[in-house]
Write a protein that binds this ligand. Structure first.
Ligand code: COA
Ligand code: AMP
Length: 630
């Protein structure tokens, strides 16, 4: 069947479409129907079903006789090791870890924070929680202790599972002191922590609170899978919003299983047993959906890659992994390709490896710039598929459904809406705009299975952030247009979110940190164009009257503050001092205009500006940083 027929079939009868997709999942009790709309505009899917995620991702494959198939390959150029785990081994390891958690009192509905680098134990921790019906929340290793503390206080975990360290090129990331610092800072205290001691760094355990990963499992009875209701939260994943308080995106169990399983064949074009690789991190949604859950639910082999696209040891690493493990479908962020292209512009290293197993490359997480897409197409000689989605949705909103049919690629567009998503573009007044016209990209409610039903502990914020601006629609926060052929184009965010090397960050959160500096009276953080990372944060600071300390010192201090408070992942390195910030007459800071000035892009002076002369002052200051070139 062609994509257009499948999409039309979904639109004509979504209930039938999703009930059919649900047949690929093992249920303890089958759901009576797909959509539950009684609390609209809040929706639930497969709510009266009973199911277990870990059973579907692990046990059922073993029961089906595929226990000998490799489930996880840990390929770690930073430690020089490769390690394979079969489905049967994974089942034993996860059941044992879950058994140990259960013995310490972790049960269905309890929250468990996971703070780990790219090791298979991170996936095992997620699956062990799923086995018990406990709700995990994975925190990315590049966040600082303060960010971890904020998540501890919001999720209120019974336990925290962490590793002693992570390994970044050139440095060991000391997870344990970060964890200890976060627990000290947080008001909520976990009952216990379990620490995976890595040989690169053995951490000191806090007596009475910390347990060692292996000895804690000694002698415990393995745990069985606990059936949970379809709407039971599988996990909470915090993502950046407009303020320093991250949004806890809730992932519902049953919709997550059904939707992710559907995507593996239809979007990523793989059959069970094939090797699928998403080079991301378990701390991000891509890692949740496409390193851990989807490939395992679908019975694929997944790769946990602990390295970088360049420098571990070189720009040929990705090609080596694809060759060594016969990867069929590969997913990464455009920024990784920009990094490779910078180091190996001719693609000489690509030519050194046999990449005949690779059928397609998928890019997401940020805008895929045409130059990068074209370079990848030319060098890899496989379709390069840009696709668009968000932490909130958990799976692609728009893609080129290669497993159904490969539609013509339009470079610059993540292609077309997937079944489940009725994507529309609205003007400020909420009216649909004509094809090709810029506007706010929205999805007509209900969102499909697997997408967020609410925010953890914050239903009002959920309604306010996503549902209230355009009643009847989910507001994506992205602006763009849809062309005559239904191809979606994502052009910019409509809020304070920026995308730095595929990492979603909040400029609002960075502003809160800058504003906490005693010499800073007012500030703004904007995302400026960056050749490698897509965007980079830039801070503009107005100092308190009478402050006569050297500006360079203050800049250095605020750079340090962001690193300490948010983490190295913010990559906040650029800031300058200005006398005033440009504002509208009602006092709103004109951030978008400053972005244009910094990028040297043409702009119109906003009619509402209070004092146009400030724009010249900003330009001069930015030129001092080597920006704002005409
Ligand atoms: N744990 C601890 N620190 C981390 C980290 C982690 N998991 N991930 C990144 N960091 C740190 C880095 O070490 C770096 O610290 P530094 O300032 O001391 O050098 C900082 O955060 C910024 O990291 P990053 O944005 O990754 O920049 P980089 O210059 O180290 O590497 C790329 C640039 C392009 C190679 C890299 O960003 C990359 O591989 N991007 C792909 C992103 C991706 O897969 N995103 C997932 C979305 S699909
Ligand atoms: P995250 O929640 O971290 O996955 O980030 C989601 C945001 O990243 C989206 O709302 C977009 O702004 C951006 N994004 C993700 N994929 C794409 C894409 N293919 N093209 C353009 N922007 C994208």
């Amino acid at each position: 069947m062609a994509y257009a027929d499948i999409y039309a079939g979904w639109k004509a009868d979504p209930e039938r479409f999703w009930m059919q997709a649900a047949e690929a999942i093992d249920w303890v009790r089958k759901p009576s129907r797909a959509l539950f709309a009684d609390t609209a505009p809040l929706y639930e899917w497969f709510k009266d079903g009973l199911v277990n995620t870990c059973w579907n991702a692990v046990d059922r494959h073993v029961l089906a006789g595929r226990g000998g198939q490799v489930a996880i390959i840990h390929d770690s150029p930073v430690t020089g090791t490769v390690h394979k785990i079969t489905y049967a081994e994974l089942q034993a390891r996860v059941a044992s870890l879950a058994g140990a958690l259960k013995a310490r009192g972790v049960t269905k509905g309890d929250r468990v924070i996971i703070y780990m680098p790219m090791v298979p134990e991170a996936l095992e921790a997620m699956l062990a929680c799923a086995r018990l019906g406990a709700i995990h929340s994975v925190v990315f290793g590049g966040f600082a202790a303060h960010e971890l503390a904020v998540r501890i206080d919001d999720a209120r975990p019974k336990a925290i599972l962490a590793a002693s360290c992570g390994i970044e090129p050139g440095r060991v990331v000391h997870y344990k002191p970060l964890l200890d610092g976060a627990i000290d800072m947080a008001t909520h205290k976990p009952d216990f922590c379990v620490i995976l001691q890595r040989e690169q760094e053995v951490a000191r355990l806090v007596e009475g609170r910390d347990l060692a990963w292996h000895s804690f499992q000694y002698g415990v009875a393995p745990a069985e899978c606990v059936p949970v209701e379809g709407d039971h939260p599988a996990y909470i994943l915090y993502t950046s919003g407009t303020t320093g308080q991250p949004k806890g995106v809730v992932r519902p169990t049953a919709g997550h299983l059904v939707a992710l399983n559907w995507t593996m064949k239809n979007i990523y074009g793989v059959e069970p047993g094939e090797v699928f690789w998403a080079a991301s991190d378990v701390g991000w949604v891509v890692g949740h959906s496409y390193i851990c859950y989807a490939p395992l639910i679908h019975g694929n082999t997944t790769i946990v890659f602990e390295g970088k696209p360049v420098g571990t040891p070189d720009a040929g690493t990705f090609w080596r992994v694809i060759r060594d493990h016969r990867v069929a479908s590969f997913f990464t962020a455009p920024t990784a390709f920009r990094a490779i292209k910078r180091d190996d512009p001719e693609g000489r290293m690509i030519a050194q490896y046999d990449l005949s197993s690779l059928r397609a490359l998928y890019l997401a997480g940020e805008r895929a710039d045409p130059a990068t897409v074209e370079w990848a197409q030319q060098k890899l000689k496989v379709p390069v598929i840009d696709h668009w989605w968000q932490t909130e949705t958990g799976w692609p909103i728009a893609a080129n459904p290669a497993g159904i049919e490969l539609l013509p690629v339009k470079v610059g567009s993540p292609s077309v809406a997937m079944p489940g998503y009725d994507v529309q573009v609205l003007d400020e007044g909420g009216h649909p705009v004509a094809p090709g016209t810029l506007g706010a990209i929205v999805v007509k409610l209900p969102l499909p299975p697997g997408t967020l039903p609410t925010l953890w502990n914050a239903e009002d914020r959920f309604r306010k952030s996503y549902l209230s601006h355009f009643p009847g629609y989910y507001e994506t926060g992205d602006a763009g247009y849809v062309d005559e052929d239904g191809y979606v184009y994502i052009m910019a965010r409509t809020d304070d979110v920026i995308n730095v090397a595929g990492h979603r960050l909040s400029t609002g959160a960075m502003e809160e940190v800058l504003a906490s500096h005693p010499d800073v009276a007012e500030c703004a953080v904007i995302g400026i164009a960056d050749e490698l990372k897509g965007q980079a944060p830039l801070g503009l600071l107005c100092l308190n009257k009478g402050c006569n300390r050297p500006q360079s010192e203050i800049v250095k201090e605020v750079v340090g503050l962001v690193r300490d408070q948010i983490g190295p992942v913010a990559a906040f390195r650029l800031a300058c001092v200005v006398d005033r910030l440009p504002k509208t007459r009602s006092g709103k800071i004109l951030r978008a205009t400053m972005v244009k000035i910094a990028d040297g892009a043409p702009f119109k002076t906003p009619a509402t500006i209070d004092d146009p002369a400030i724009l010249d002052e900003i330009r001069t200051a930015l030129r001092g940083l080597g920006l704002a070139k005409a």
